[in-house]
Design a protein around this ligand. Structure first.
Ligand code: F6R
Length: 242
């Protein structure tokens, strides 16, 4: 894994934009996986300001959400699909059909997971997976303890993750208890992995990731050390200890 400590969130977004544009102009087939959450918002806002010519390059690309809450009564706007439509797909003028997401109320989660894996394969695999990092080191919603060889499936959310995502729900009690996510191995199957981390709350997980290089299920982000083309972009706050 290579990492870069950049001045601030704007610099991280600018650098991430370079990675995305490089991936879009390359002749390589494949889809791009996207995260939701607070971290990528500055990047999405920046992309929304691109020229129409550059935005056009995003419109023929297939995009996959990394994960989705599981909750039958979820308001669509609290879903990760809703988030990505609002922050990225609609402002970029990308056809909604080019965003593939997991259902937040699948009748058969196992079938849903298989459908997602097949859709990724049919798109030519992932050429890029963009990631955030959870306070506990989760990637996607692969919480500590998830096997490193896991594929897409259901995960129980930890209290820490529920609290971190409570801002998307009317109250903590209404926060989803489970999610579906691409597995660690699904994410690592991407030809390139790009993780973004910004802000003081990410200093501890970033420090652990970079300094303690052991690859362990108890800290899922550590799996990036086993990937031949993985990158970490952090701002000077998240990277204060590096
Ligand atoms: C969200 C996702 C999560 C987040 C992580 C960080 O789609 O996959 O792994 O990237 O929880 O979230 P923020 O950016 O809100 O700190």
């Amino acid at each position: 894994m290579k990492w870069e400590v950049l001045k601030d969130e704007a610099a991280v977004s600018a650098r991430a934009e370079e990675f995305l544009l490089e991936s879009l102009v390359s002749s390589e087939v494949g889809a791009i996986a996207l995260p939701t959450g607070k971290t990528p918002v500055a990047l999405y806002q920046r992309l929304n300001l691109l020229s129409e010519d550059l935005k056009a390059q995003f419109r023929t690309q297939t995009w996959f959400a990394l994960d989705e809450f599981l909750r039958r009564d979820l308001a669509p706007e609290s879903s990760f699909r809703g988030f990505l439509l609002r922050h990225f797909i609609h402002p970029m003028g990308i056809p909604e059909g080019n965003l593939l997401t997991l259902s937040f109320h699948p009748d058969d989660p196992e079938k849903e997971a298989t459908r997602y894996e097949s859709a990724i394969a049919a798109a030519g695999g992932l050429k890029l997976a963009l990631l955030g990092i959870g306070l506990n080191g989760h990637i996607g919603f692969n919480e500590p303890g998830t096997p490193l060889d896991s594929r897409t499936g259901v995960r129980r959310l930890t209290e820490k993750s529920r609290k971190a995502n409570a801002y998307l729900f009317p109250s903590l009690e209404e926060t989803a208890h489970e999610a579906m996510t691409m597995g660690i191995s699904t994410i690592l199957s991407a030809r390139r992995v790009l993780m973004l981390a910004t802000g003081a709350s990410k200093e501890a997980p970033v420090s652990r990731l970079v300094k303690d290089r052991s690859i362990t299920e108890t800290f899922p982000a550590s799996a990036l050390w086993s990937h031949p083309d993985s990158w970490l972009l952090v701002d000077s706050t998240a990277g204060a200890a590096l």
